[in-house]
Design a protein. Structure first.
Length: 185
């Protein structure tokens, strides 16, 4: 991933006021996105993605406090995807019987919080920082897997609605607390 593709932490350079119309539109977009994923409406979810999307989850390392800025490793990824690979992944999950990690599908609930929105030099693009807590239930298990992360997004207004143009998922765990990342965050 190039430096120009990295989304900085939102809310500090050109903050959008909490409760403003733009903030509410971005929040609604992210809530709608989470609902589509929770309902396994993945073909509809792909419709929310920009054609130039970059969707990544860099590795996380445990480091001493004085090296906290080095805990995110952007040279290695759990995944680094574009629109083509995301569409292929969705097609495999929805249209084949070879997606063994997600057939039957996980039951997930994505809770989106701590939303900060910042304007950019492009008046139709906004940097967004949010936290996600995803619960995941598999098969008939009586316990949930949990995954928490910060998501650093770039959302772009296109023809009156938003598209997700970038997502960097900063996982809180250095070792995954679930067997796979067969779901979208």
């Amino acid at each position: 991933m190039t430096a120009s593709a990295t989304v900085t932490i939102a809310g500090f350079d050109n903050p959008v006021a909490i409760g403003s119309p733009v903030y509410n539109e971005v929040q609604t977009f992210l809530f709608k996105e989470a609902a589509l994923l929770d309902q396994i409406r993945l073909n509809d979810w792909v419709g929310l993605l920009a054609e130039d999307i970059l969707y990544t989850a860099p590795l996380r390392q445990t480091r001493p406090t004085h090296e906290f800025d080095k805990t995110i490793v952007r040279t290695m990824f759990h995944f680094e995807e574009d629109i083509g690979s995301l569409k292929l992944r969705v097609a495999r999950l929805m249209n084949t019987r070879s997606a063994y990690a997600e057939d039957p599908p996980s039951r997930c609930r994505r809770l989106i919080t701590n939303l900060l929105v910042s304007g950019t030099a492009n008046p139709d693009e906004f940097e967004v920082s949010s936290y996600i807590l995803m619960t995941r239930s598999r098969y008939d298990a009586d316990q949930f897997d949990l995954m928490s992360a910060e998501r650093r997004d770039l959302v772009r207004r296109v023809d009156g609605s938003f598209k997700l143009a970038r997502r960097e998922i900063i996982l809180d765990q250095s070792a995954l607390g679930m067997p796979n990342l067969g779901v979208f965050l």
